[in-house]
Design a protein around this ligand. Sequence first.
Ligand code: SF4
Length: 154
Amino acid sequence: MNFHQYYPVDIVNGPGTRCTLFVAGCVHECPGCYNKSTWRLNSGAHFTPEMEAQIIQDLNDTRIKRQGLSLSGGDPLHPQNVPAILTLVRRVRAECPGKDIWVWTGYKLEELTPAQREVVDLINVLVDGKFMQDLKDPALIWRGSSNQVIHYLR
Ligand code: SF4
């Protein structure tokens, strides 16, 4: 998996203070996409074991308390990202007690494959669906267009 940005302290992408990772790779090609540079899977930089360890360490850093981890992109549930994302969310669940995980994807919850579903079974919140320009509403929180749904899963 490749990624574009990692913010160790972020107050914009999800509730509270968070760690946020923007991964590379998205097949949805939504007109008006705010993050076109992330579409190619091989764009950005390689997501290394060191980066994974850094995220775990940041989530457990008691000097700046984080509510959890946000995974966006690109699409964290792009089939080629799923193995690395699954490893990461498993580690967060096992090693970062009390931290929540939010994931943004262009897929709809009901159309996920069993592999994508494995990730979703471990997270707290899924914001799903493509960005649709004609349903864009700047007043919406945590989503860009009104077709997207915030699923509170646990
Ligand atoms: S799902 Fe997100 S990243 Fe992918 S094309 Fe749509 S808006 Fe852009």
